[in-house]
Design a protein around this ligand. Structure first.
Ligand SMILES: Cc1cc2nc3c(=O)[nH]c(=O)nc-3n(C[C@H](O)[C@H](O)[C@H](O)COP(=O)(O)OP(=O)(O)OC[C@H]3O[C@@H](n4cnc5c(N)ncnc54)[C@H](O)[C@@H]3O)c2cc1C
Length: 634
């Protein structure tokens, strides 16, 4: 039998997750809402067989319908004609097939025309597609992702109704729009960035106002991925700063259709496409600059809730970028390995030369480690949001909410670590792949340079690497400051575990935790010491208030902010080691991966701790000086 090439069947590590490395029992029962829907699967085995089939289908699609055409996809260009973006033919063909395979409805419930597959399967698809081409993956994400956002936001604001017995959806706010997307006739985008506001969303200027006929929105958005689509989720200001609701609290979320197709076949545009951005890479993904001018808009949720709602699905998008990075790393590692096995230098193939062998081995280890973190994050995220939205079937709503909160906390912790690490590693591995190709790597024929161009955007969008590091640092140190007792208990716990664990690998993981906790302790101590210095200048009576409630993150966290990225790298190594250790309990064959990961992570984490504890003071002192003094000194 001739086997179809597939990006799943050649990937044993990815198959591990489909075969049992994830608690599919829980994921499937929540996704199938307790198997009460007569049109659904009858049990976990049934559901899992289907999931496996879908993953195989995507693996084959990526390998046969996308990968062979990436050169062409990279070279073809989008054009703007009469205000509309013209999509190149090869890309059109890829998306025609994706629609025919039903993949735009992958996660949507059956009653909305979808396959009702878990989000985890979407993330697996992200990895498979990204290994072929990150642009295809990104644009695909703005189909089903937009439809899912419509459903989830509607559930959150209470405009979706469920049938009591089966949990089936009987009413939702955007059924027509969702159907259009599932059929492949429309897609959406997430419009946040403006010419003067990127990471700093509090500076956004697009404005929405409410009139007698509803809301309209005016403003300019740039760098919008898939912004040539119909359904734009737009973040805009509804409360002018003068009203006292400045910054993030003055933002609201809107669903804004960019055009309307008329009955006579003509199209009325409700927004203006200014251009398709001319980018370094990701050439098969359109990045659009567009403007809204009193465009009719639908408010989503409540006024002033925009930032919080946007974060909800931005977190999903960040998980998506994590899997995108892993897919790109997988492509880089495989391309580099294949070349190194063939190319000979100084009497042997490149992969027999120690340095190159070390590169390839590290790349593979990092990929396995990151995938463990990614699956863990996606699992907790899915369970949290399904428990939160639908409730657990065999417990009370309160119990379900408590369990959801626990899973949500785990997902929240892992997400910035994953986004940070997978994006940075994608760049590193793409570069290594190019380097292993030598001069050929620099030539367009081999595809290694495309990986570098494509990878470089991953640390920039969906929150830059620096923003991920700030989030991880603030969450981690915030928790220490809020509950120092708990932190001390963790320190004691890690010490005990390192000394007493029977499994030597577990003792090493605990040792890694100890180093991470030391870094946190050092950063908190420095932060609190700095705070004491500022408090000393205040009257004694205000100390208590100053120390326990008056925290200014910009001023008081300076030292920790300086080391946020180092701390993030340590936390990511710790999280990966813990995830691999958890796998070893049920799957002893995974021990080899934990061992390989620890071998790399231990010296790295020791080095980072050394940097955190010995550097930075001089710069912090300089930064604390008034700006003009510093300039005068230079
Ligand atoms: C290909 C592509 C696709 C994109 N798709 C979308 C999309 O679909 N929708 C959308 O809304 N946007 C999109 N973006 C925009 C992207 O999200 C922003 O570019 C990104 O958030 C960074 O914002 P900025 O470009 O304004 O950079 P800035 O915010 O100006 O940042 C510049 C540099 O300073 C760093 N920095 C900023 N603040 C801090 C701080 N407090 N501490 C330390 N460092 C800091 C940043 O990390 C970065 O390195 C896309 C961008 C690209 C390139």
């Amino acid at each position: 039998v001739l086997k179809m090439p597939s990006f799943l069947s050649d990937n044993a590590d990815l198959q591990f997750y489909l075969d049992g490395g994830i608690d599919w029992e829980l994921v499937a029962s929540l996704t199938e809402r307790g198997y009460r829907d007569p049109q659904g699967f009858k049990d976990t085995a049934d559901a899992r067989a289907f999931y496996r089939d879908v993953a195989s289908m995507v693996g084959e699609f990526a390998a046969t319908d996308v990968a062979p055409f990436v050169g062409e996809l990279d070279r073809q260009e989008f054009r703007v004609e009469d205000g509309e973006v013209i999509v190149p033919p090869r890309l059109d063909a890829v998306f025609d097939k994706l629609a025919r395979l039903g993949l735009h409805g992958l996660n949507l419930p059956r009653e909305l025309g979808g396959m009702n597959a878990p989000m985890l399967l979407y993330f697996v698809s992200c990895e498979l597609l990204a290994r072929a081409d990150v642009s295809v993956m990104a644009h695909h994400g703005f189909h089903g992702g937009t439809a899912m956002a419509m459903l989830v936001l509607s559930l959150m604001e209470g405009s979706t109704e469920l049938e009591a017995g089966t949990g089936r959806i009987t009413r939702t706010r955007w059924p027509r729009e969702i159907a259009e997307i599932v059929a492949g006739r429309a897609w959406g985008s997430m419009d946040i960035t403006e010419p003067d506001a990127g990471s700093d969303m509090a500076a956004l200027r697009a404005t929405a106002t409410e009139g007698p006929d509803g809301w309209t929105l005016t403003g300019e958005k740039i760098f919008v991925t898939s912004g040539h689509g119909k359904y734009h989720f737009v973040l805009a200001r509804t409360e002018p700063p003068a009203d006292g609701a400045a910054g993030l609290r003055g933002l609201s979320l809107f669903l804004v259709p960019a055009y309307r197709d008329e009955a006579d076949g003509t199209r009325t545009r409700l927004s203006t496409i200014h251009r398709v951005e001319d980018k370094l890479g990701k050439h098969a993904s359109a990045t659009v600059a567009l403007g809204f001018e009193r465009t009719p808009a639908e408010l989503v949720g409540r006024r002033g809730e925009g930032f919080r709602l946007m974060l909800e699905f931005m977190n999903h998008a960040r998980l998506g970028v994590g899997f995108e990075g892993i897919g790109l790393c997988e492509a880089a590692w495989r391309m580099a390995s294949a070349y190194a096995a063939e190319r000979r230098s100084m009497g042997k193939s490149l992969d027999r030369h120690e340095m190159i062998a070390d590169y390839l081995s590290e790349m593979q280890t990092d990929i396995v480690g990151m995938r463990a973190l990614a699956m863990d994050a996606a699992f907790h995220d899915e369970v949290a949001y399904k428990l939160g939205l639908f409730g657990a079937l065999d417990t009370t709503r309160e119990q379900a909410a408590a369990r959801a909160a626990d899973h949500a906390a785990k997902a929240r912790r892992a997400t910035p670590l994953l986004k940070y690490l997978a994006a940075e590693k994608a760049v590193e591995m793409a570069r290594r792949c190019l380097q292993i190709h030598g001069g050929n790597g620099y030539m367009k024929d081999f595809g290694a340079e495309k990986l570098v161009r494509d990878a470089l955007v991953l640390p920039i969008y969906e929150g830059t690497s620096q923003i991920q590091a700030l989030m991880a640092m603030k969450d981690t140190l915030g928790a220490v400051i809020k509950a120092p007792q708990k932190f001390l208990a963790r320190v004691a716990g890690a010490r005990f575990r390192a000394a007493s664990a029977r499994d030597p690998l577990e003792a090493r993981v605990a040792g890694l935790s100890q180093l991470c906790l030391s870094a946190q302790q050092h950063l908190v101590t420095r932060t609190v010491a700095a705070k004491f210095r500022t408090v000393r200048k205040k009257p004694l009576a205000s100390w208590r208030e100053e120390l326990f409630s008056q925290w200014n993150p910009k001023r008081d966290f300076a030292f920790a902010l300086l080391h946020a990225e180092r701390l993030t790298r340590m936390l990511a190594d710790e999280a990966i080691a813990e995830a691999l250790l958890a796998q070893c309990r049920a799957h002893p064959e995974r021990r080899v991966w934990l061992e390989r990961y620890l071998e790399r992570a231990e010296p790295r984490v020791r080095f980072l701790l050394d940097e955190i504890t010995t550097t930075g003071s001089r710069l912090i002192t300089e930064l604390a000086e008034p700006h003009d003094l510093r300039e005068a000194a230079q």
